[in-house]
Write a new protein. Structure first.
Length: 492
């Protein structure tokens, strides 16, 4: 006898979700000890009776240690907790561009829910070595002293370090503004800063039209500790969606010192033994795991890139602190901001003696590399010469020329906040400097040249400007035109 099954006669059953249930044993601020979750894993989501979310941060043979997310008020000892049997994911997608969200990707701008294209694991593993390719493209920050002396590559991790109030955030925001029209997705992640500072950054991005291609992740000082801890991982997950889609991404973490403070507070509540400066021993691993997610993918993996600008505070210029030295060792260079330079009026206050970019000039634009090959060394020598001649009343002619040339380098390096310098403008300034044109100019004429040469060149020599912007090789005729353009500017 042949038996056939008719789908119409089969019983229809609803899908069944199996969840593990546990019981709240102890509540210690935002850390909850739960009994009964015997199959839980690190990073797994759990749900409390009042729909508050949490995730597993540790466990022993008896209890799971769960970090509460949000601001729970109704959780009590004895409440039932359910395990979601899945890792911690956040929504990602194109709809997040131009939006301000929390560390849980919930909207903070009052524009309603953000539609997602996918869900990404917040603690996703970094791309493998075989999935990457060497960094070979320049990431232009628009900051002359960085682009000329400390060039950054797409996929690089460059630490911004210095004392409080020395302009670290200003450098990162200017770099975001400079990506306008370049197709680079920017993510600004605020970690533990006060609300007024975060609001000021958002206002700057709105005024310059930069918020359209930027995602702002906000975990201000008043946010729950869980959000402070998760914010940088959320920003990295949002960036990875675009990176794995073949896009270039730029992420700013402002700042990781406060993220380390949040994790130290969590660890003490988790009864983990404190180490140097009371930080837990795995703080290095925590930040290293995050920094490894930057890089440039191979063409087989869509060829996207993710560039990181982590920011860290120093105390009275001490770069040997625990968190700063950790971050220096796991990044591809650092931009050190000197508070003494800042107080002198040299802004951005980059100290070239301590700053370094380990990717180096191999990613720099060709003509810019030629013009600025030794400019950093000349400026450092100028600063040292200036110190040694402060008490002298008379100077030799040669020493006077060197001081004058160094002063012109400094004048080019000084840059207004919120006005990034396009690559074509930088090349024209450094070309004029190398030709010795700026050495014979008074200060006001030099300032006029800085601010107006690009507009003049676009009108008088648009073909040369186009070649510079495309990083094409400049012929002798192009250089002659550029020289004539600069001469015509001063004649006018």
């Amino acid at each position: 006898m042949n038996l056939t099954l008719n789908p119409e006669n089969m019983l229809k059953t609803e899908s069944v979700t199996v969840r593990e249930a546990g019981r709240v044993n102890e509540i210690n601020k935002f850390i909850v000890k739960i009994d009964g979750l015997y199959n839980c894993a690190l990073g797994q989501m759990v749900c409390f009776a009042d729909n508050t979310k949490g995730f597993v941060m540790g466990f022993d043979e008896k209890e799971a240690l769960v970090l509460l997310l949000g601001r729970p008020r109704n959780i009590r000892v004895g409440d039932t907790v359910y395990s979601d049997s899945e890792s911690f994911t956040v929504p990602v997608g194109n709809a997040f561009l131009g939006r301000i969200v929390s560390a849980l990707c919930e909207p903070l701008d009052g524009k309603g829910r953000v539609g997602e294209d996918a869900f990404y694991d917040i603690f996703k593993n970094a791309p493998a070595v075989l999935d990457r390719v060497p960094i070979d493209g320049m990431f232009a920050t628009g900051i002359r002293i960085i682009d000329s002396c400390l060039p950054i590559g797409k996929g690089q991790r460059e630490l911004i370090i210095g004392d409080r109030m020395t302009g670290k955030t200003a450098i990162a925001v200017d770099a975001i503004i400079n990506q306008k029209g370049k197709g680079i997705i920017c993510i600004y992640c605020c970690i533990g800063r006060d609300f007024a500072s975060f609001k000021k950054v958002i206002s700057t991005l709105k005024e310059t039209g930069s918020l359209d291609y930027t995602i702002a992740v906000g975990a201000v000082a008043s946010s729950p500790i869980g959000e402070l801890y998760l914010a940088p991982y959320t920003a990295a997950a949002l960036g990875e969606y675009f990176m794995y889609s073949g896009r270039d991404v730029f992420v700013v973490f402002d700042d990781l010192t406060k993220h380390a403070w949040a994790y130290r507070e969590l660890s003490l509540l988790l009864d983990r033994p404190p180490g140097r400066e009371a930080y837990p021993g795995d703080i290095f691993y925590l930040h290293a795991q995050l920094m490894e997610r930057a890089g440039r993918l191979s063409p087989e993996n869509q060829g996207g890139s993710m560039t990181f600008f982590p920011i860290a505070d120093t105390l009275q210029g001490d770069v040997a602190g625990f968190i700063p030295t950790n971050l220096i060792s796991m990044t591809d260079g650092q931009v050190y901001l000197n508070s003494a330079f800042f107080n002198e009026g040299f802004k951005p206050a980059v100290d070239l003696g301590i700053s370094v970019s380990r990717i180096g000039t191999k990613v720099q634009a060709n003509f810019l590399r030629e013009l600025t090959a030794d400019i950093g060394l000349k400026y450092i020598q100028y600063r040292e010469l200036l110190k040694s001649t402060k008490l002298r009343t008379t100077l030799s002619e040669e020493m006077g020329k060197r001081l004058g040339h160094g002063e012109r380098i400094e004048r080019i390096f000084i840059q207004e906040k919120g006005r990034p310098s396009p690559l074509a403008e930088q090349i024209m300034l450094f070309f004029a400097l190398k030709e010795g044109v700026l050495d014979i100019l008074p200060d006001d004429a030099c300032e006029n040249f800085k601010h107006n040469i690009l507009a003049y060149a676009k009108e008088k020599a648009p073909d040369v400007v186009k070649k510079i912007e495309e990083d094409a090789e400049l012929s002798l005729e192009d250089r002659r035109k550029l020289k004539a353009c600069i001469a015509g500017f001063f004649k006018g």
